[in-house]
Design a protein around this ligand. Structure first.
Ligand code: ADP
Ligand code: MG
Length: 139
């Protein structure tokens, strides 16, 4: 599906609609340029999955893992040039038993589990974003 959102709240609400279909072990790739709304999308999904605290971009670590009825992982691979085999051991725990959202998945190369859904965001103007969701889920 493809749509245009007119505010961060609309992007969060769209993410919440996707979230209801997700199960433990699912990975969602979230792509798009800086400021496209990737973290905003993840925030909306995380809220819908029961994460109550702030959801912000992982800055000093590669990821966050939030406790929720199903744990929610949020990774941002922007600063990675790739994943070396010995580094995968540090990343793998984020994915175990969780629903995982990955910003800049293209930096993860072949290591990442296959995505259940691929979300692509792009700027239209200051407040509008084009959002495309590719998945075999009901959205
Ligand atoms: P990214 O993670 O892709 O770098 P962020 O989600 O951190 O992007 O930032 C997106 C910025 O764009 C936020 O400041 C947000 O308020 C703003 N914004 C404006 N319109 C929208 C929209 N329709 N959807 C998502 N974010 C939007
Ligand atoms: Mg981000």
């Amino acid at each position: 599906m493809e749509t245009t959102t007119a505010s961060p709240q609309e992007t969060e609400a769209l993410a919440a609609r996707l979230a209801v279909f997700l199960k433990p072990g699912d990975v969602v790739s979230v792509t798009g340029e800086l400021g496209a709304g990737k973290t905003t999308f993840v925030r909306g999904a995380a809220r819908a999955l029961g994460v109550s605290g702030p959801v912000s971009s992982p800055t000093f670590t590669i990821g966050h893992r939030y406790e929720a009825p199903v744990p929610v992982a949020h990774l941002d691979l922007y600063r990675l040039a790739g994943i070396a085999p010995e580094e995968w051991g540090d990343l793998e725990p984020y994915f175990e038993g969780s629903i995982a959202f990955v910003e800049w998945p293209e930096h993860g190369g072949e290591w990442l589990p296959d995505a259940r859904a691929v979300v692509s965001l792009g700027h239209v103007d200051e407040s509008h974003r084009r959002v495309r969701i590719d998945s075999d889920l009901g959205l």
